[in-house]
Design a protein. Structure first.
Length: 430
């Protein structure tokens, strides 16, 4: 039955290999069930409900990927997008989390339309490669400042804006220890390095009396505090236009890049032959809409799926195993609620470091490419806004190309995005 459903022989794999690959992928991405509730609960959202929404959104999105696309890719609420949701839209701009969920829902609908009409492919083709790399790196820097501040390693200072915190305090010490555990284990190619690091710091802090142990297993908490709580009409407020633009742009680049990268590694999109990329794009689009209804930020394809591909995963059976494990994780909510901020901060910081690798793909010898890319990456952490980083990057790219006589190098998609951000600054200031 499994062979017929997922075409295992055709892909040169077996059920055993796919199951192992699914477990491997889950271990590498399951840190999100601890990190996402920690981030989103800072907006006032019920932590337990966010935990359930995270598991369900991940399971649902991955099931769609398994049965619609038959690809070995896991889905879950995306890192970076959850930070933009919590620290950019809600805490930074002062909107409610219900309105932010409404914006995610609208962005998901737009994303789905863009996918079905082919506009998504047009956007991807038109956005400069240097800006794509800078967006990933900038989100990494944004995650880094969140991690460093939440753990107490970086603190506010009236004279210098920021300063080094007291490293003798438990929070910074635990965070530093967690970072070294994660980095060392990942360097040794230990599966689930990030998850192990988060759990190790949590257990150690409990043993030393700095954190309370709430248990491991229990029935899943109620989803009611976040289910169907999205405020779509509130998100249609004119001030939300640029928020929705950012959600859509980041979703387009992040999800598409991840899908293409992992699929190429698994040889799922051979040149000149039919492939299921269109179905995979449809899967991640619908998952965003479903996640917003459940009560979590944008769901996206996870680059950690490459670990499962490395273990031999080639079909949707791998994704099915990942989805089932996320459903099983619903029963460990007490453990998720016991994880302190200084335990998840190292995970954020390590992921941030990995995202910084994108900077090597920027053409630093061309000022018209390098300057907009640098602005994109730098403005995000310094203004505490992914939206501002994207705006500065797209506008400066279009202006510099026009001023240096290279206007033909600017794709219409770039002009469109730059113009939308100019309108936002001119008529809808925060």
């Amino acid at each position: 039955m499994l062979d017929k459903l997922f075409r295992l022989r055709e892909h040169g794999t077996t059920a055993r290999t796919e199951i192992i690959a699914g477990i491997t992928t889950f271990l590498t991405m399951s840190y999100i069930i601890f990190v996402n509730p920690d981030i989103l609960s800072s907006t006032g959202m019920d932590r337990d409900a966010v935990f359930v929404a995270t598991c369900l959104a991940a399971a649902l999105g991955t099931l769609i990927m398994a049965f619609v696309a038959n690809w070995p890719i896991g889905m879950a609420p995306g890192m970076g997008l959850n930070a933009f949701f919590a620290f950019g839209v809600v805490k930074g701009m002062g909107y409610t989390w219900e309105q932010a969920l409404g914006a995610v829902f609208i962005s998901g609908i737009i994303f789905l339309i863009l996918t079905l009409t082919g506009v998504r492919a047009w956007l991807i083709k038109g956005i400069p490669h240097s800006l794509r790399s800078a967006i990933a790196a900038g989100i990494g820097l944004f995650l880094a400042i969140i991690a460093l501040s939440s753990s107490g390693i970086v603190v506010p200072n009236p004279a210098t804006k920021v300063a080094l915190g007291d490293l003798r305090q438990p929070g910074p010490l635990f965070a530093v220890l967690g970072f070294f555990i994660i980095a060392s284990l990942d360097a040794l190619r230990v599966r689930g390095a990030i998850l192990i690091g988060v759990l190790a710091v949590t257990v150690l802090s409990m043993a030393l009396g700095y954190n309370e142990f709430r248990g491991v297993f229990s029935a899943p908490p109620s989803l009611a505090p976040t289910f169907l709580q999205l405020d779509i009409l509130g998100a249609l407020h004119t001030g939300f236009v640029h928020v929705i633009i950012v959600f859509v742009l980041v979703e387009v680049f992040d999800a598409t890049g991840t899908l293409m990268g992992v699929a190429k590694r698994a040889n799922l999109i051979p040149e000149g032959r039919p492939n299921r990329l269109g179905r995979a794009l449809f899967a991640d689009s619908t998952a965003i809409v479903a996640g917003s209804v459940l009560g979590t930020s944008s769901t996206t394809a996870y680059v950690e799926s490459a670990s499962g591909v490395q273990a031999g995963g080639r079909t949707g059976l791998t994704a099915l195993v990942v989805a089932l494990l996320f459903l099983a994780a619903l029963f460990i909510s007490p453990l998720a609620g016991s994880v302190p901020a200084y335990a998840t901060a190292p995970a954020l910081l390590y992921v941030a470091g990995l995202m910084m690798r994108e900077l090597i793909d920027i053409d630093w010898d061309d000022v018209t490419e390098a300057t907009p890319a640098a602005l994109t990456a730098l403005i995000m952490p310094f203004t505490y806004s992914i939206a501002n980083g994207l705006a500065f990057g797209f506008i400066s790219y279009a202006v510099l190309k026009a001023c240096t006589g290279r206007i033909r190098q600017v794709h219409p998609a770039t002009w469109l995005v730059a113009a939308l951000f100019v309108v936002r600054f001119a008529f809808f200031p925060e």
